[in-house]
Design a protein around this ligand. Structure first.
Ligand SMILES: Nc1ncnc2c1ncn2[C@@H]1O[C@H](COP(=O)(O)OP(=O)(O)OP(=O)(O)O)[C@@H](O)[C@H]1O
Ligand SMILES: [Mg+2]
Length: 222
């Protein structure tokens, strides 16, 4: 369950003022929900994800995830909490460039305290399922944007997170791979009962979610 109130996120705008990227009076999402996060470019979708994952501390406000007030945690507590509770499919994949695909996937599972041998097997199955057979030993720089995005998906779900944040997970994918990833994402959410928030511009992806949050200039819109 996600609950937030009076969440403000300001960034310096470079000219001595600030830019308000996020201003949410209330945010509430039941445990196990699958929800689309919709809004134009610059409306604050990624900023909200950064706050929900604890990568970014909001300028003001309170955010609780599964009963933990993450805005009250120290940096060390936040890192430990994030590794175990949050799976994050980043908008730009963000694979570590000096690790292979398999090492990238297993590092996240290691930090979350999962069994390495079991996760390696699962990762190999997922790579096959997502058309990335044999990609385990390859370096991220040698993958296409869409291939990296699929690896980011595997890395996120293998930690078995309670909160799965997918930031435009189909942005670099063709229609067929986009359908495949969304099917896998929704299947995983149903089977695991995790809470899924999926930011997207794609009407075909939006149509898969009956629950939707709309953002406009950082504020909730209907
Ligand atoms: N670190 C930062 N420093 C300054 N401004 C930032 C920073 N991060 C985001 N912003 C600004 O905050 C606003 C919201 O950005 P955000 O990345 O959350 O949008 P978005 O909805 O994810 O957009 P997109 O669909 O293009 O990914 C934008 O105006 C952006 O320029
Ligand atoms: Mg974004």
């Amino acid at each position: 369950m996600i609950f937030g109130e009076h969440i403000i996120c300001d960034f310096p705008d470079g000219s001595g003022h600030h830019l308000r990227a996020l201003s949410l009076e209330q945010l509430s999402l039941p445990d196990g929900a699958a929800c689309a996060l919709i809004g134009p470019s610059g409306s604050g979708k990624s900023t909200l994800f950064h706050c929900l994952s604890g990568i970014l501390r909001p300028t003001a406000g309170r955010l609780c995830v599964d009963g933990t007030d993450i805005t009250a945690l120290s940096e060390d507590e936040l890192s430990a909490w994030r590794a175990v509770h949050v799976g994050y499919i980043f908008q730009q994949a963000l694979l570590l460039p000096y690790l292979t695909v398999m090492e990238n996937i297993l590092l996240a599972a290691d930090i979350a305290g999962k069994d390495r041998a079991a996760k390696r097997k699962e990762a190999e199955e997922w790579l096959r399922r997502l058309g990335l057979d044999g990609c385990g030993p390859r370096m991220p720089a040698h993958l296409s944007g869409g291939e990296k995005q699929r690896v980011g998906f595997i890395r996120a779900i293998l930690t078995e997170p309670r909160l799965l944040l997918a930031d435009e997970p189909t942005a670099s994918l063709d229609a067929a791979n986009s359908r495949l990833i969304m099917q896998c994402l929704l299947d995983y959410q149903k089977a695991s009962g995790c809470t899924l928030l999926c930011a997207t511009h794609d009407p075909a992806v939006q149509a898969l979610f009956s629950m939707q949050i709309h953002l406009q200039k950082g504020e909730a819109a209907s």
